[in-house]
Ligand binder design. Structure first.
Ligand code: F3S
Length: 59
């Protein structure tokens, strides 16, 4: 299960762009993991995590 550290996320939005099956921007402008989503199914979590400028995503 992917996790976004909200203390690190700066809301750049890359993860939601790269992997919209798993990551979504919330009302605070930070990324959240979509409940019930699956990195195994989506297959894009690693790319999203690698692209995050602040390494806020852990897998
Ligand atoms: Fe935040 Fe990183 Fe995504 S900064 S919006 S978790 S790419």
């Amino acid at each position: 299960m992917a996790k976004v550290d909200h203390d690190l996320c700066i809301g750049c939005g890359l993860c939601a762009e790269i992997c919209p099956e798993v990551f979504v921007m919330n009302d605070d402008g930070l990324a959240d993991v979509i409940e019930g989503s699956s990195c195994a199914d989506a297959g894009c979590c690693e790319e999203a995590a690698d692209s995050c400028p602040t390494n806020a995503i852990s897998l």
